[in-house]
Design a protein around this ligand. Structure first.
Ligand code: PLP
Length: 219
């Protein structure tokens, strides 16, 4: 894998309004630095402990995104530095994020994860639940957290029609909610295998791991 070439390839490939989140989970700091030297500044991780270790060791102008499922008792570890939390799936979690952000006098940005895939293994809430959260008095009172968009993961399948229709559905939900909640500006969808379909269907943020850094080794 030539990491810096891959970063450049994505920068050339992606439309200007689409942000690249380089998903560096399981990868060593030297790989992240190679992407950093090529100009990449947004990195995504799915484990809070691993992201915190990397934040401590690496340049401080990196913007760290948490893209994995978040346990409430671990929010405090990332609150001082996290740039965006992609997979918020309950009002309870949002309350904890707001509480921890307040301790540091910060505003933490979040996305609500909508379940669009068929697989039971994928997390997320329905469009109706997302609307309930945004409309709730509890959310509207929060001063230290802000929902700035939605995130979704399509079904893992070669069936492009199905993947496209899931992304289209999420874009529709996004556009509809945005009418009432204009603060929604980011739509995080698309990974190594399906980012082209995601971009074609209105993604503003793609999360690319293996096709930048190579296959992951889970030990
Ligand atoms: C790992 C991961 C990615 C990146 O997946 P690739 O297929 O390696 O590009 C994107 N989003 C989430 C939420 C992930 O956990």
């Amino acid at each position: 894998m030539n990491i810096s070439e891959n970063i450049k390839k994505y920068r050339d490939d992606l439309p200007e309004n689409v942000k690249l989140v380089a998903i560096s989970k399981t990868k060593p700091n030297e790989d992240i630095l190679e992407a950093y030297e090529a100009g990449q500044r947004i990195f995504g991780e799915n484990k809070i402990q691993e992201m915190t270790d990397k934040w401590e060791a690496l340049p401080k102008d990196i913007e760290w995104h948490m893209v994995g499922h978040v346990q409430r008792n671990k929010v405090k570890y990332m609150a001082p530095f996290v740039g965006l939390i992609h997979a918020v799936d309950s009002l309870k979690l949002l309350k904890e994020i707001n509480k921890q952000a307040k301790k540091h006098e910060l505003l933490i940005k979040c996305l609500l994860q909508i379940k669009i895939a068929e697989e039971d293994s994928k997390f997320g809430i329905s469009a109706e639940e997302a609307e309930e959260i945004l409309a709730s008095e509890a959310y509207q009172k929060m001063k230290n957290t802000k929902v700035i968009g939605l995130m979704g993961m399509a079904t893992f399948t070669d069936d492009e029609k199905q993947v496209s229709s899931e992304f289209q559905y999420l874009k529709k939900v996004f556009d509809k909610l945005k009418e009432s909640y204009p603060a929604l500006e980011e739509l995080s969808m698309g990974m190594s295998g399906d980012y082209k379909l995601a971009v074609a269907n209105g993604s503003s943020m793609v999360r690319i791991g293996s096709s930048i850094f190579g296959e992951r080794n889970y030990n």
